[in-house]
Write a protein that binds this ligand. Structure first.
Ligand SMILES: NC(=O)c1ccc[n+]([C@@H]2O[C@H](COP(=O)([O-])OP(=O)(O)OC[C@H]3O[C@@H](n4cnc5c(N)ncnc54)[C@H](OP(=O)(O)O)[C@@H]3O)[C@@H](O)[C@H]2O)c1
Length: 271
């Protein structure tokens, strides 16, 4: 039996759909199961909700969107419960190798270390920046994209590809014991290239002016710094590394991220 956490989120839902489509026995785990559904309640902040009895493989979708201590405590709860309940293999969605300087990287790397020192078999899926998130950061206004990505190229990847890769690993975990995969795009793309393809103009912004706009935007306290780190890493070449790992897990080349980027540029609120 495979259990997937974050099953109401975009990545977790897509992983569950892939596994169901492949005929796997899967439990969709979420903080708020739909009434009458077979979903299981799993809330990383509530250790009492973490029951993995009878589960062979857990796909642990990272639960970010918090300060490091909050995220780390969540992930500790899950790994400890998996060890206690005899889970055989835990698959964790981490952040790309090139993303070490991102503001949320520390909690991911902590979780990787925790798993490496655990009694579990594990697989680390180091996910690159979602094409959808990249698109949402480029929302144009009156034909102009304004963003502090400079001329940096980013090896973005679609959520659908990442979900398929995770489902493939969960379907045959024994082939991926204690492996780390760097799941980034096959090519890195610049905002200039996106603007040209969309018939738009790109006017690079500065990190300072974007920080001021974000801080005035009513976000949670940790969010401006985390978003700024995405812009800065992208602008300065720290998200441009490409690998063959995604191709290897999918058995085909990664999907062109262009359409996903364009779609989210038009509907940025989805990310
Ligand atoms: N690679 C990237 O570009 C990128 C971008 C943004 C985020 N991320 C990371 O990747 C993860 C998945 O991305 P996504 O697109 O699926 O995000 P999403 O649609 O926002 O879903 C995140 C899900 O995390 C789960 N979650 C949050 N807090 C939790 C908690 N305390 N206990 C259990 N589950 C909790 C929730 O699942 P339920 O609602 O089902 O409980 C939530 O829906 C994010 O959580 C974040 O850590 C990666």
């Amino acid at each position: 039996m495979i259990l997937v956490t974050g099953a109401s989120g975009e990545l977790g839902r897509a992983i569950v759909e892939r596994l169901v489509g492949a005929g796997q026995a899967v439990i969709a785990a979420t903080r708020q199961p739909a009434a009458g559904s077979e979903q299981r309640r799993v809330d990383f902040d509530q250790p009492d909700s973490l029951d993995f009895t009878g589960i062979a493989t857990v796909v642990m979708v990272s639960a970010g969107y918090g300060e490091d201590d909050v995220v780390i405590a969540r992930h500790e709860n899950v790994v400890a419960a998996a060890e206690r309940d005899g889970v055989q293999h835990l698959i964790y969605t981490s952040v790309a190798t090139d993303g070490d300087h991102l503001g949320f990287a520390l909690a991911h790397r902590w979780t990787e270390r925790r798993l490496a020192g655990s009694s579990l078999r594990w697989t680390i899926l180091r996910n690159g920046l979602y094409a959808e998130l990249f698109g949402s950061l480029l929302a144009p206004s009156e034909g102009v994209i304004t963003a502090p990505f400079g001329s940096g190229a980013v090896a973005v990847v679609t959520r659908a590809d990442l979900a398929e890769a995770a489902a493939n690993v969960a379907s045959e975990p024994d082939r991926h014991i204690n492996r780390v995969y760097d799941l980034v795009g096959a090519r890195a793309i610049t905002v200039d290239q996106i603007a040209e393809a969309a018939g738009l103009v790109y006017r690079p912004d500065t990190l300072g002016s974007r920080r001021a706009a974000l801080e005035a935007g009513g976000l949670l306290p940790f969010q401006p710094a985390m978003l700024l780190s995405i812009y800065s890493c992208g602008a300065h070449g720290f998200l441009s590394r490409t690998t063959h790992d995604l191709r290897d897990l999918l058995g085909r080349g990664p999907t062109d991220p262009g359409p996903a980027i364009m779609e989210r540029m038009e509907q940025p609120s989805a990310d």
